[in-house]
Design a protein around this ligand. Structure first.
Ligand code: PLP
Length: 394
């Protein structure tokens, strides 16, 4: 018999994908413009012009053998050095090329990091709501995901609950800020409080790693700061991706950064390289590694997302929806108008609104509305949201 866990994972589509597929069918039936698809987190803004210009330049003037050839397993050293220099210029953490491992996006960064750290049965605490693939990635790395509910209403980490969830088997805490699906940015105080608990554990002889999943780091609005975990806690690892910040999700490029201040940084980095090797995640796409080294620090035009957020959040609030005001990413977390958010998302479909029940993100009573969409679709969808709210007032 072949591996039944893999069969199961490959046979069942995620709730989000299911909804997206439904949307495609529905659009074919009633027309593109009549379905309001807020299901996916696919950037709606094009990459900045410098991406295409630089790619053309690399392809025109570069050595094709080098551009398309293998790099070192952990990534080209000059690319890793450029990323390290950039991180140091922003956060002064003294990181070097040998603390960076190039990957195929945040998903690969997470899989490698979890496989690098976990032994059979180790526990990974995460804060709900959380990205559903965390469970898949953690279990594949032989671990157990332990979700801890965020504080109702704000969805900031609940420090007391996190402390209570720590056991002798806890190996890591996995955080994601700006958060998918809530859009919430964890406050500096919350990060400090988490790090204080981890420091206490360390003093008692238990090292717990802090893993920060950061595909949305640059997508923040109104000058909100996203604390850089390496500035707060030594045993920390950043899983970064250019999927959202440069609108390059299909190109699969990102990196893992191991804090050089980590107690056993060289060993952790060796484990990252080893896990990357064992998983076959070596030599991330070479052309895009070289691109990143040249465009580092630029982002897509995120002002579009900010305008979408403002328009959608204000309109929904005016119809009576309770919205968790997001400071980042491109998701709006909206309180369901009935206790069962699955039933609420189903009812939204009757108004041709495709929104995702938050049950698969580990939280009851909310839905996620992805606003990485054309502003025009938001305008056209507003009467449907209004009608949905009204249907609960009867
Ligand atoms: N982590 C979170 C929180 C995400 O939302 C996503 C993608 O949507 C990922 C990781 C995976 O990102 P990537 O496309 O870079 O693999």
């Amino acid at each position: 018999m072949i591996n039944q866990t893999s069969v199961q994972l490959g046979s069942v589509r995620s709730v989000i994908r299911e909804l997206f597929e439904y949307g495609k069918k529905r659009k074919a039936q009633i027309g593109e413009d009549n379905v309001f698809d807020f299901s996916l987190g696919n950037p709606s803004v094009a990459p900045p012009a410098i991406v295409e210009e630089t790619l053309v330049d690399i392809l025109t003037h570069g050595d094709p053998v080098a551009i398309h050839g293998y790099t070192s397993a952990q990534g080209d050293v000059s690319v890793r050095q450029a990323i390290a220099d950039y991180i140091n210029s922003r956060f002064s953490v003294g990181i070097g090329a040998d603390n960076i491992y190039m990957t195929c996006g945040a998903a690969a960064s997470l899989c490698i990091t979890l496989n690098a750290l976990l032994n059979e049965g180790d526990e990974v605490i995460t804060i709900a709501p959380y990205f559903p693939e965390y469970k898949v990635f953690t279990e594949h790395a032989r671990g157990k995901l332990v979700p801890v509910q965020g504080t109702e209403g704000t969805f900031q980490p609940d420090i007391v609950a996190i402390k209570a969830a720590i056991t002798p088997d806890t190996k890591a805490i996995l955080i994601n800020s700006p958060n998918n699906p809530s859009g919430v940015v964890y406050t500096e105080q919350a990060i400090k409080d988490i790090c204080k608990i981890l420091q206490e554990c360390k003093e008692n002889g238990q090292t717990i790693y802090l893993i920060s999943d950061e595909p949305y780091r640059e997508l923040v609005f109104g000058g909100v700061k996203v604390p850089y975990i390496m500035n707060y806690y030594a045993d920390s690892i950043v899983c970064y991706s250019y999927s959202k910040s440069l609108s390059l999700p299909g190109e699969r490029i990102g990196y893992i950064a191991v804090n050089p201040a980590c107690g056993n940084a060289a060993e952790v980095y060796a484990a990252v390289c080893g896990a990357g090797r064992a998983l076959g995640y070596v030599c991330a796409p070479s052309l895009f590694q070289h691109l990143i080294a040249r465009v580092i620090g630029t982002t897509s035009d995120i002002s579009v997302y900010e305008r979408n957020r403002n328009r959608l959040a204000s309109a929904l609030e005016s119809y009576g929806f309770e919205v968790v005001r997001p400071d980042g990413a491109f998701y709006l977390f909206v309180k369901s108008l009935e206790p069962d958010s699955d039933a609420f998302a189903e009812r939204a479909k009757q108004h041709e609104l495709l929104i995702v029940s938050a049950k698969s993100f580990g939280v009851e009573g909310y839905v996620r509305v992805s606003y990485c969409v054309e502003p025009d679709m938001i305008e056209r969808s507003l009467p449907a949201f209004k009608a949905l709210a009204k249907s609960y007032k009867k």
